[in-house]
Ligand binder design. Structure first.
Ligand code: ACO
Length: 422
């Protein structure tokens, strides 16, 4: 039996039956019977903006899959670059495809020398690295004018390779400039996460090999952050990309969305919150204040997950491995205490508020030596893959510009009044 909904326009008794397909109803069908009547849905709470085959999330069950593969298996067994291939191409690569993919990305890690000398070094010494990254990604479009040819698959492929490859270089540069350290060129003898850690942590060594546990943790964190279906920054990528602008400009818009504290800035907020709480004894008072409406428990709650965020579980395991190398982050005890209290509290239970990916990721980054300002930058490095996968999918399925409607609630027409008569 085909499932459907029937809509009746009570003004004239007209009805229309709309089939439910893949969990949604077509707005096109709706507008046939109700032209000029818009859905009022400012935060896209109930609007599907795309048919997508990339990432599956079941927020009630706490399931996350990239192209059908459970996130737990990918985080455990795959690498970020393999996952990037999977997200963009739909299937895991063969050994030959993987080798070519990794080689291509490895040989595109360098940035134009002018970009480093004139553009990046032009920022004020205490610039926020995410502000630098947003601007740097946008600036890339001026170096690659061919990127405007967005309907040529080969050109698109080239920009995808460039963006994935250059993100760690730009991110490391943003960090080094913001802490007054010299920039180091990529070391193409290293793998993707090792190369990033080398550019971030190197001081005087000719070759820097990060601890293998930290390399693996970084790669797993990249995998966990690579995509999350129609999140806010991906929505920004789609909306801006729908104007047919080049992918660097669209990615800069997505990066800007990720800068916001409700999205990529949440793990920074978690660290600030844990620092402010200071010790386990202060947890009950903090929870009480949150329940009374004074602030939020950062790193808890999610628009989609109304269950434990599956990524939060994986991250907790990674945290313990990282702390064996770096020493335990002193804020961990407060985080564990908070989680324990919140998960047993009626306020959080009834609102289905569970830890999300950000609750523990900041603790790991901090233990690895990253300042909190770098947290959204670390998120952006792999998320560029998700943005690009959705951008390609959109260009292949829909070439219409995104243009929402509004419900006008302003003044009715009135005549201009000269200043002397107001
Ligand atoms: N602490 C306390 N109460 C909360 C929290 C929280 N973290 N999150 C939601 N609530 C409460 C709200 O006050 C509201 O209660 P009410 O019904 O009594 O008014 C109810 O739960 C529903 O909250 P909404 O704001 O409607 O939920 P929404 O889906 O819009 O928000 C969001 C999701 C933004 C993630 C929210 O849970 C939040 O602000 N969390 C803290 C910030 C955070 O961790 N963000 C990271 C998100 S993950 C990511 O971007 C990678």
């Amino acid at each position: 039996m085909v499932e459907s909904v029937t809509i009746t326009d009570n003004r004239n008794g007209q009805t229309i039956e709309i089939p439910i397909v893949d969990g949604g109803v077509s707005a096109e069908q709706w507008s046939k019977i109700l032209p000029g009547i818009w859905f009022y849905d400012p935060a896209f709470m109930t609007t599907a903006v795309a048919e997508s085959a990339i990432t599956f999330v079941d927020g009630d069950k706490g399931i996350l899959e990239y192209r059908g593969y459970p996130i737990e298996q990918l985080a455990e067994q795959s690498t970020y670059l393999e996952v990037a291939y999977l997200l963009l191409h739909g299937d895991l690569p063969t050994a030959e495809q993987a080798e070519q993919w990794v080689r291509e990305i490895t040989y595109h890690t360098f940035i134009h020398e002018n970009m480093r000398k004139r553009f990046l070094e032009g920022f004020h010494y205490d610039s926020h690295p995410m502000g630098i990254l947003v601007s740097a990604v946008a600036a890339l479009s001026t170096y690659y004018p061919d990127a405007k040819d967005i309907f040529d698959p080969e050109t698109r492929h080239k920009q995808i390779i460039r963006l994935i490859a250059k993100m760690p270089t730009l991110a490391a540069a943003a960090h080094r400039f913001s802490v007054g350290m010299p920039f180091f060129y990529p070391d193409n003898s290293l793998d993707f996460p090792s190369n990033f850690l080398s550019m971030v942590l190197k001081t005087a060594e000719s070759r820097f090999d990060a601890d293998p546990t930290l390399v693996r943790a970084m790669d797993a964190l990249f995998i966990l952050h690579a995509d999350h279906e129609q999140n806010c920054s991906t929505a920004a990528m789609r909306v801006v990309g729908s104007t047919h602008v080049d992918p660097y400009s669209a990615c800069a818009a997505a990066c800007a969305a990720l800068y916001g504290p409700l999205h990529g800035g949440a793990n920074e907020a978690v660290i600030r919150m844990l620092t402010e709480i200071g010790s386990r004894e202060n947890i009950p008072a903090f929870i009480r204040a949150v329940k009374e409406g004074h602030g939020r428990l950062q790193g808890f709650g999610h628009r989609v997950y109304k269950n434990y965020d599956p990524r939060a579980k994986i991250i907790q395991d990674i945290a313990y491995k990282v702390f064996e190398v770096t020493g335990k982050n002193p804020l961990l005890d407060i985080a564990l205490g908070l989680e324990e209290v919140a998960l047993a509290d009626e306020y959080f239970i009834s609102r289905k508020l569970y830890p999300n990916i950000d609750f523990y990721s900041g603790l790991i980054y901090q233990a690895m030596g990253f300042p909190v300002e770098m947290f959204p930058v670390l998120f952006a490095i792999p998320r560029v893959t998700g943005w690009l996968a959705h951008w390609v999918e959109m260009l292949e399925h829909n070439t219409k510009i995104a243009r929402p409607r509004q419900l006008f609630v302003g003044s009715p027409r009135r005549d201009y009044v000269p200043m002397s008569s107001r």
